[in-house]
Write a protein that binds this ligand. Structure first.
Ligand SMILES: Nc1ncnc2c1ncn2[C@@H]1O[C@H](COP(=O)(O)OP(=O)(O)OP(=O)(O)O)[C@@H](O)[C@H]1O
Length: 360
């Protein structure tokens, strides 16, 4: 199926509110065309049930008319930010962000898959991206979700060490099996690359590894797959976009102006590749002393400003704190906050926001 033909058919659908084609306004987005199927996301102005049914029928008819039999439509309600971006004209559709016609998506990443992919990105290293990844994953597990974690930070894989699984690489005959810790199922580039392997050789290995992780790892049934991206805006974001077009994204920053400024570029990359940004997480926001007084060691409002620049929400502000874990405890971890701690509660709230946005 030719993409041009599909876009031409979709361009005939006009949004009554703005008078512009759905495709131009972004009300239809994430259009994915492959040999067998067309998948897309449809944003609706209102939740009136009639509207969804009407547009599903219209879209399906348009695509059936050009010979597409298999049409997959994800429907979601438009957020205030998305509406503002459409009204102000800030949303501009970007061409060719889709896998080429011949490329097959891994079954786990196909539009039919029920696994929700969420990438955790940052502009620069050291802002706590991996800490946010494992704590969000752990909070989702506590919320009863089945969670996989891909540590794709090939330049600074830290998740194995954080979770104490450095040496384990399980294989089951011909398959790679993820390691289970704290209820999450983990695969890390660190399992396959020696820390002594020069960093310069690692980049080119990543695409191949992601392919293996998506196609050849024997994942159990999952609800969520959280991906820890390398810092920056490089090839990996494009690679993720090609392999997992529906992957949503969270951007992590500290309140520091530099971190927040650099993170804007990571966010801009997500917007360009049409990944849905769920919001910004500001980490190391402040330190609270014994009297309850907050000390803003890295400045203030970097997260809020970043969220405004990206027209998204500030999902959480996480204070500086070390998990109070006792080494003798069986669930000891230097990185995972227990549910009863302040940070544990903040992560529980973050997990609920993710669930709300991705399961709406
Ligand atoms: N809220 C926090 N309070 C205290 N320490 C934190 C907090 N968040 C992260 N850290 C610590 O900061 C350091 C960097 O965190 P982390 O490795 O998660 O960052 P990163 O952005 O993934 O870095 P890189 O990309 O270099 O791997 C770690 O030692 C981590 O334990």
């Amino acid at each position: 199926m030719q993409r041009e033909l599909v876009e031409k058919a979709l361009a005939e659908l006009i949004d009554d509110e703005s008078g512009r084609p759905f495709l131009d306004t972004g009300l239809i987005r994430d259009v994915m065309v492959n040999e067998r199927q067309v998948a897309l996301t449809l944003l609706l102005h209102s939740e009136e049930s009639g509207e969804e049914a009407l547009f599903r029928t219209k879209l399906t008819e348009k695509l059936n008319a050009i010979g597409v039999q298999d049409v997959h439509i994800r429907v979601k309600s438009i957020t205030k930010q998305e509406k503002d971006a459409i009204v102000s004209g800030a949303y501009a559709p970007k061409p060719a962000r889709i896998p080429s016609a011949k490329q097959e998506l891994a079954p786990i990443a196909s539009p039919d898959s029920s696994v929700k992919f969420l990438a955790v990105a940052s502009g620069k290293g050291g802002v706590g991206k991996s800490t946010v990844t494992v704590n969000l994953a752990s909070a989702l597990v506590r919320a009863g979700k089945r969670v996989g974690v891909i540590d794709a930070d090939i330049y600074g894989f830290s998740i194995p060490r954080m979770l104490g699984v450095e040496d384990v690489r399980q294989t089951d005959k011909n398959h790679i099996v993820p390691v289970e810790r704290y209820g999450m199922h983990i695969i890390s580039t660190g399992f396959f690359v020696s820390e002594h392997n020069p960093v310069i050789w690692r980049g080119p290995m990543l695409g191949k590894m992601l392919n293996t992780f998506l196609n050849e790892v024997k994942w159990p049934e999952l609800d969520y797959m959280i991906i820890d991206l390398p810092p920056g805006t490089g090839d990996v974001a494009l690679d993720i976009n090609r392999r997992i077009p529906q992957c949503a994204e969270i951007i992590v920053t500290t309140p520091h102006a530099t971190a927040s400024g650099v993170a804007t570029r990571a966010g801009a990359m997500a917007i360009q590749t049409e990944h849905r940004i769920l919001g910004v997480v500001e980490n190391m926001s402040y330190y609270e002393d014994e009297t309850g007084k907050k000390h803003y060691l890295f400045g203030r409002s970097g997260g809020k400003q970043l969220a405004e620049r990206l027209q998204t929400e500030l999902l959480a502000q996480i204070p500086i704190d070390t998990p109070p874990n006792d080494q003798d405890e069986p669930d000891f971890s230097t990185s995972i906050y227990k549910p009863e701690t302040t940070n544990g509660a903040i992560y529980a709230n973050l997990a609920q926001q993710v669930i709300k946005q991705l399961e709406a």
